[in-house]
Design a protein around this ligand. Sequence first.
Ligand code: SAM
Length: 288
Amino acid sequence: MANRVWTETLYDAYGQSFNIDRIFFESKTEHQHLLIFHNAKFGRVIALDGVVQTTEKDEFIYHEMLTHLPLLAHNAAQKVLVIGGGDGGIARELCKHTALETIHQVEIDQAVVDMAKEFLPNHSAGAFDDPRFHLLIADGNDFIRQTEERYDIIIVDSTDPIGPGGSLFTTSFYAGCHRCLNPGGILVTQNGVPFFQLDECLSSGKAFSQLFSDWSFYSAAIPTYTGGIMAFGWATDAAELRAVDKATLQARFNARQIETRYYNPDIHLASFALPQYLQKALGQIADA
Ligand code: SAM
């Protein structure tokens, strides 16, 4: 019998609920309310400020799509920046790419890192101890504004634009990412569920269109990011990277011998196919 039912508060008038069998951690950190609990369907769940961040059951979809897709499209990345990502799932998937030399991660909340390591250890799976990995506890927006580092790929694994995550959806932040990308670099972002958060795609898309010569979104459906497909922002000045063909992706994927449960070259290509309502809304930005 569940001790408590927890309802997500991301949206008004609607929210998914989880029976809580056990609470592992609940506290206000320096930046946000952090809750970690167990649910019979999704295993251990991390929620920040009332919003599901990641669950043991479906995290692989999101973390594989936000790492392997840009890395295989780029194919020569040596240095990657992660903004956010405190649970370590992105870092875990990045470490599978042996050609990567440096992974910088800028996460604002030490408590998320510590509690995720303790209660969801399979998310980071030792990535935080990889000699290529370097963690900085700071605001990603402050970092991107000041750093002189340059990266081949920047992955924004942020919360929704609530609380500290808000600054990671601004044009000035994206301009900082553009500045910090090496030639041929790619920016990918967690960009919300367009069925409920279309405005996030439109505002990110508008910023991308002003800063990058090629931009779009790709998608995947992650059950606990409710509302259908989640959109991932894609922005680069190397337009050809969005058009890598299946045979090339397959050869790259095979060569890396990376074990995945969701990502494969077919999904890679298909994920850039967007529903009509989203294409139409984004088309108005491109025409503006
Ligand atoms: N997959 C989740 C999603 O799609 O919403 C995101 C998971 S991850 C836990 C989000 C991380 O972003 C959190 O660890 C949070 O602390 C971090 N974060 C939020 N705002 C930030 C900021 N301004 N700078 C750096 N990290 C930030």
